[in-house]
Design a binder for this molecule. Structure first.
Ligand code: HEC
Ligand code: HEC
Length: 201
């Protein structure tokens, strides 16, 4: 009797382990490790945590590896992402990236200031020629959809976008070489306007 109970407990254990390596590994890791901050499926209403849903997989892989090797080193990266990313294998990272890329992106932002929105849209689509700021859409897509190693920006939290644009004035994201040049010509009010435009896409 005792043996039979042990045997069936052993089988339950095996089932749990084998399903953890199935096709939905990304979904399981999301639930177990990430959703507490980023929300289930990488969608959260908290401004502190970036939306991950619909981000291109290659971009996500690059960022997770950047946290893990501690090269992405802005304050919140250190505080929130260095620890957890050290527990992820290359395969976990791949599975998570594939999972989040396939989740529908958020479109919940509303225009709260039309003048700011229009100014932000203008910079995003046309750049600021007199200040050598290229059109953002050339890399990020017209509505900030993102592609490959270039992130989705459309639907991202306003506060997160503003914080990251400020990070690019420092060298805390050394992999973002294009962005270090781009932000040189942006004033504080431009950053505010661009973030207002993007959160509402
Ligand atoms: C304790 C809260 C917390 C947990 C748990 C957490 N994150 Fe994060 N994550 C953050 C914060 C805060 C940021 C923003 C960091 C910054 O500002 O640089 C972030 C940023 C990210 C980014 C960069 C997004 C971008 O647009 O550049 C990715 C990718 C990411 N997290 C993936 C994950 C994954 C995958 C997990 C689970 C394995 C996870 N996070 C768990 C808080 C968390
Ligand atoms: C030459 C291509 C290029 C141009 C032009 C460009 N970007 Fe980027 N941007 C990138 C790449 C690539 C990254 C990812 C960098 C990394 O891997 O850390 C990025 C990252 C970002 C991020 C960080 C997103 C996140 O989730 O953390 C923001 C915000 C951003 N860009 C905004 C802009 C804005 C606003 C403009 C126009 C003023 C712009 N970009 C123009 C290529 C570009």
């Amino acid at each position: 009797m005792k043996n039979r109970i042990l045997l069936s407990l052993g089988m339950v254990g095996m089932i749990a382990v084998s399903s953890a390596f199935g096709a939905d590994v990304g979904s399981k890791l999301d639930q177990q490790l990430c959703s507490v901050c980023h929300g289930r499926g990488g969608t959260t209403s908290s401004e502190l945590f970036p939306q991950l849903a619909g981000e291109p997989a290659q971009y996500l892989i690059n960022q997770m590896k950047g946290f893990r090797d501690k090269s992405r080193a802005d304050e919140n990266a250190k505080r929130f992402m260095w620890g957890i990313s050290s527990r992820l294998s290359d395969d976990d990272i791949q599975q998570l990236a594939t999972f989040y890329e396939a989740q529908p992106p958020v479109h919940k932002g509303k225009i709260s200031d039309q003048v700011k929105y229009d100014a932000g849209k203008n910079i995003f689509l046309n750049g600021l020629a007199e200040k050598n700021v290229p059109p953002c859409m050339a890399c990020h897509g017209e509505k900030g959809e993102g592609k490959e190693a270039t992130p989705r920006l459309g639907g991202q939290h306003e506060a997160y976008l503003k914080r990251q644009l400020k990070v690019f004035y420092s060298n805390d994201r050394p992999a973002a070489t294009a962005m270090h040049e781009v932000v040189k010509g942006l004033a504080e009010k431009d950053v505010e306007a661009i973030a207002q435009y993007l959160q509402a896409q």
